[in-house]
Design a protein around this ligand. Structure first.
Ligand code: HPA
Ligand code: ZN
Length: 381
């Protein structure tokens, strides 16, 4: 629980999350549990065990969940994190593994609970749009259909149980050749996953430096021609110019992270004029050393310049917080007003891809929660 007087408003505020990687919700505990169940070898923790040809390098972080958590607290960069993130993929094999992973995340996002259901609710994500990385699974013999089946089974159950709605977005991986991204995108189209609504849009992630958005322009223009919504990670480690390139050359409706846009007024103006929403992830930025502390995330600058953003967890199992913890960290760092939180909550709903009817429902909930708070506690709107 954060120390802010607005804490109870922040837990009650209806939220939309647009930037969370399904594989980034894999906790160290579940990683070890699935490795044991699926008989998957993790990197050896001592040189005794690593003599085979092609074996992983020795890494004492895989000694226990506690050792992994300690290593996660010391990430030095995006690529340092991605090394661990992709190792985690290995334990996910079956549709039921993906269903378990998805349901645990949705329950936590909707209720704040990871333990017993009797505890009071302390988070209120009403709608979430979740990334996954097909190219991290197909080489292991796991087709996108396995992930999509598991995800939607969990989403249906979580909607019944908690009233949260969820959509799924594949991200193409920038550390692999562009030809692999093209093949992946083509196979997802051919399988009819976009046309059926099983996939809600297209994303782009992984290593950013030296992978300019323009490399992916042909794929994204194909997506545009097919009426597929688009988003891309940009301006996390990469320069502000990558943010404007994502908007101009990929035609994205959202930019994931985008925080380095604040370094250039012209880039901010472009975002404002295009009405693009940034999916900002404050605790992720601290964990991966983009900033030293949340106070350096340009939240205030974006609010003052009218650049829209939502607040998100990115990879909550790796970065020490879900959406709720990100909201609290921002409030502790900036002390925003009730009116500013209302703007953030409304922009998050409006930047969602869930359809006008659902957006209308959540917007009304936002207004009700804010109105009740102001009537009870006072405060500026
Ligand atoms: O923050 C991120 N950036 C890029 N790629 C990613 N894949 C998972 N999380 C991230
Ligand atoms: Zn991300």
């Amino acid at each position: 629980m954060c120390k802010s007087p607005l804490h109870n408003l922040l837990t009650a505020l209806p939220k939309c999350e647009h930037h969370v990687h399904l594989e980034g919700t894999l906790s160290p505990e579940l990683l070890f549990e699935l490795a044991a169940k699926n008989n998957i070898a993790l990197p050896p923790v001592s040189s005794q065990a690593s003599r085979e040809v092609g074996a992983d390098a020795v890494d004492p972080a895989f000694a226990s969940p506690g050792a992994l958590y300690a290593r996660y607290a010391e990430f030095t960069s995006l690529d340092d994190f991605l090394h661990y993130y992709y190792i985690g993929f290995r334990v996910l094999l079956t549709a039921s593994d993906f269903e378990a992973l998805t349901y645990a995340y949705l329950r936590r996002a909707a209720t704040g609970l990871s333990g017993p259901a009797s505890a009071p609710r302390s988070s209120n994500v009403r709608h979430t749009e979740v990334f996954f990385d097909p190219q991290g699974h197909t080489p292991r013999g796991i087709p996108p259909s396995t992930i999509i089946t598991g995800f939607h089974a969990a989403a249906a159950r979580a909607e019944r149980d908690f009233g949260i709605t969820a959509q799924l977005i594949p991200c193409l991986l920038r550390h692999l050749p562009v030809s692999s991204a093209e093949e992946t995108f083509t196979s997802l189209i051919d399988a009819g996953f976009f046309a059926s609504g099983a996939l809600a849009g297209l994303g782009l992630c992984s290593t950013e430096l030296d992978r300019p958005p323009a490399l992916y322009a042909p794929i994204f223009s194909r997506a545009a021609a097919l009426g597929i919504r688009r988003t891309a990670h940009a301006g996390e480690e990469g320069p502000p110019g990558y943010v404007s390139a994502a908007v101009r050359e990929l035609g994205v409706q959202r930019v994931d992270h985008g925080v380095r846009a604040a370094e250039e007024e012209g880039v901010m103006r472009g975002l404002r004029e295009a009405g693009v929403l940034l999916t900002v992830c404050p605790l992720s930025n601290v964990a991966l050393r983009g900033v030293h502390e949340v106070r350096e995330v340009p939240v205030r600058v974006f609010l003052e310049r009218g650049v829209k953003f939502s607040l998100n967890s990115d990879d909550p199992a790796y970065f020490g917080g879900y959406v709720q913890e990100n909201y609290c960290a921002v409030e502790e760092a900036f002390g925003l007003s009730v009116g500013e939180w209302r703007t953030i909550a409304r922009n998050a709903v409006e930047g969602s891809w869930c359809g006008e009817e659902r957006k209308g429902v959540i917007l009304r909930e936002v207004e009700e929660v804010v109105r009740e708070w102001v009537e009870r506690e006072g405060g500026e709107l």
